[in-house]
Design a protein around this ligand. Structure first.
Ligand code: DQA
Length: 153
């Protein structure tokens, strides 16, 4: 069985490598996501990726993901801190998701300490830099394994 995973990146994450290099990894997004997709997990995975700077496009992609993926890994960028519309899309998607931030948002400005989606995520990873997406997938596989076991009972 191959787990279907969708990594979603929001506004400005396409600027990684150029953007605030003292805060964010210096590698481009494609390389970071590529490493997460190619990592040898304990289960086979198929990882798709979508990045957009537009809230509506992110919502459309999350709506399309309903029933099509086992797991979402979401770095919504600044939208994390205020987009109720994105929260609603994630709720409607009914697919477990990890909230991911490359930087440690809790060591930054107070407005970044607030997330409108953390309480509905199965985990939050913040400050793990380039390894963040890989760690989220490892945690997601663990969660899904537990769910499969419970179903079998
Ligand atoms: C971010 C943190 C957000 O506060 C910020 O707006 C981003 C990136 C991160 O990955 O650390 O764009 O989500």
């Amino acid at each position: 069985m191959r787990l279907k995973i969708l990594i979603i990146n929001g506004p400005n994450l396409n600027m990684l490598g150029l953007r605030e290099t003292s805060v964010y990894p210096q590698a481009p997004l494609e390389r970071i996501v590529g490493a997460a997709a190619e990592y040898k997990y304990e289960m086979p995975v198929k990882v798709d990726h979508f990045q957009s700077n537009h809230e509506g496009e992110l919502i459309d992609r999350i709506q399309d993901a309903r029933g099509a993926y086992d797991l979402l890994v979401v770095n919504a960028g600044a939208l994390t801190h205020y987009s109720i519309a994105l929260r609603d899309a994630l709720l409607a998607c009914e697919t477990p998701f990890a909230e991911v931030h490359l930087s440690n948002v809790f060591a930054r400005e107070p407005f970044r300490h607030v997330s409108v989606m953390a309480d509905i995520a199965f985990c939050v990873i913040s400050g793990a830099g380039e390894t963040a997406y890989t760690l989220a997938i490892i945690a997601g596989i663990n969660l899904l394994k537990k769910k499969f076991k419970e179903k079998k009972k």
